[in-house]
Design a protein around this ligand. Structure first.
Ligand code: HEM
Length: 497
């Protein structure tokens, strides 16, 4: 190997002309790294130099929440800043004026679909993401049929709890991992109306969906991750599990003279009725996995956070139980009954104020150049979002924002007599866990109904407690995402009173 001294003598002894390509290459590298870019005018939180921004991206992984809070405070009167993530910059808006401009911009200027699909084209394939019928069905059919689907979901709820939190007569507490159990129960209940019974409670199918989300996010974060990803083998497992169900559906159609109403009322049947004729088992599988990605992570995390907050705030259990008992006595386990659970709704809304899935919202990609009213220029291709958690923790919006108050929204519902204006599904620029505007989460009505079914069933049948009573196990912040504690146990036993 050449020593530094030998390298130096190589340069000295070379003809100056031989050095020219070397100097040009260095100059080109410096230019590529330091050339002026349109986003340079937007202030950075964390290091902003081309190379040190990678250190900033690492910082953002572990201090994302604090960095967003810092940006929010610096530009409190309205403005924007950027934070580095591994493969790009994220521009983050502060203040209602600019957030409203982002929210109301048309889809061909700022796109949610493109932001959701970033780096995921290979997971879902062009045919699926250019024709997202499954997303349309989630927005239309799924939300509209909540009432019809609720009894089947409740039926599955009973089975899923019985399987993962079995009860006996003992007064002793039993421990189960809260997140892992919450994920299993939520995914089973959800899939009752995605793929129907019995695939919805097939452990191989449930675990496939739970692994798929994790692997998908890994590919998205580490773009090179797609070289060593499990996604293709997971899609193969999905095809194997879905094929007999699809064959069965086709047989029912044949025997009923193409009477679509003879099929079970679930996403799989709706998809069969809606996809193009040349749809394959492969694309159908990707669609079903995609629906699960939208539905199960969000619901299961919210369910887990909710259990931990309820267990830590035992004084909430009796009033919420009484509310559920009254509604169910009047209307059974129906959408109507779930609509009467105002205190539970207020509790869920407070859980999501503290633990919305992301610290930012209105996540978009610019499909065209755009200039905001404060004259900031955003070039095509920029990732952009609006602050969410900092707004949820702003004392001028929510007095004593750090205090968990399950009655906060309940009091608002009672105070002005317009309960619907304060429900968890009601979005605004001050309440952003479901986004806001025309792209606000279309599954939120469905999610609220399912969460109330699961929590209602739990409270009517179980006592719950934490290993350290009164202390909610610390959530995990990763970049802008908030996750429930990964391993904390929940203690449970049959309801004693
Ligand atoms: C607690 C549960 C949930 C949370 C916190 C949540 C959160 C969100 C958020 C933040 C967005 C983006 C909104 C925006 O940027 O403006 C979104 C979009 C969406 N969500 Fe949810 N979601 C939940 C449950 C669900 C469920 C259960 C489904 C399906 C059944 C679903 C389907 C969708 C769809 C289809 C969109 C895209 C809407 C569009 O393109 O217009 N979500 N969700």
């Amino acid at each position: 190997m050449e020593t530094p001294y030998e390298i130096r003598s190589l340069f000295i002894s070379s003809s100056p002309f031989l050095l020219i390509p070397f100097i040009v290459a260095i100059a080109a590298l410096i230019w590529a790294l330091w050339k002026p870019r349109p986003l340079d005018t937007i202030p950075t939180i964390g290091p902003s130099c081309p190379l040190s921004s990678y250190i900033g991206a690492l910082q953002f992984m572990f201090r994302g929440r604090e960095m967003l809070q810092e940006g929010y405070q610096r530009f409190y009167d309205g403005g924007m800043f950027k934070v580095p993530i591994l493969d790009r910059w994220m521009v983050v808006l502060v203040g209602k004026k600019l957030s409203e401009e982002l929210r109301s911009a048309p889809e061909d200027v700022f796109s949610l679909d493109q932001a959701l699909m970033l780096h995921l084209d290979f997971v879902f394939s062009k045919k699926v993401y250019l024709n997202p019928i499954h997303t349309t069905l989630m927005k239309t059919k799924m939300s509209k049929t909540i009432g019809v689907l609720t009894p089947a979901m409740y039926d599955e709820c009973i089975q899923a709890f019985e399987q993962h939190m079995p009860l006996d007569e003992s007064k002793e507490w039993k421990a189960v991992p809260c997140l892992a159990t919450g994920r299993q129960i939520s995914t089973i209940v959800n899939n009752r109306i995605i793929v129907g019974y019995p695939l919805c409670c097939e452990p191989e199918f449930i675990n496939l969906n739970l692994r798929f989300i994790v692997d998908m996010f890994q590919c998205r974060m580490l773009i090179v991750g797609r070289l060593v990803t499990n996604i293709p083998s997971e899609i193969a497992v999905g095809r194997r599990l879905l094929k007999p169900v699809l064959d069965e559906h086709s047989k029912i159609l044949e025997e009923s003279d193409s009477d679509w109403s003879a099929l079970p009322n679930d996403m799989l049947s709706w998809l069969m009725a809606s996809v193009p004729k040349d749809e394959t088992l492969d694309t159908m599988t990707r669609r079903i996995l995609g629906v699960n990605v939208a539905a199960i992570h969000t619901i299961s995390h919210t369910f887990t956070h909710s259990l931990l907050y309820l267990a830590a705030n035992q004084e909430l259990i009796t009033p919420i139980r009484q509310e559920v008992e009254k509604a169910v006595a009047e209307d059974g386990w129906t959408k109507n009954a779930m609509g009467k659970l105002y205190l539970l709704d207020s509790f869920l809304k407070e859980v999501l104020r503290f633990n919305g899935t992301q610290a930012w919202s209105l996540n978009r990609i610019a499909l065209k150049d755009f200039t905001f009213s404060d004259s900031t220029f955003i070039p095509k291709g920029t990732s952009i979002a609006a602050c969410a958690t900092p707004v949820h923790m702003d004392p001028s919006v929510y007095p004593e924002p750090e205090k968990f108050d399950a009655y906060w929204f309940y009091r608002m519902m009672q105070r002005d007599g317009e309960a619907n204006q304060h429900l968890v599904v009601k979005t605004s620029l001050e309440y952003l866990p479901f986004g806001h505007g025309s792209h606000a989460c279309q599954g939120r009505f469905f999610a609220a109904n399912q969460l109330k079914l699961m929590i209602g069933h739990l409270l009517l049948n179980y006592d719950i407690e934490l290993e350290t009573p009164g202390v909610v196990p610390q959530q995990i912040w990763f970049e802008a995402a908030v996750l429930p504690h990964q391993t904390a146990n929940i203690l449970y036993r049959k309801r004693q009173s």
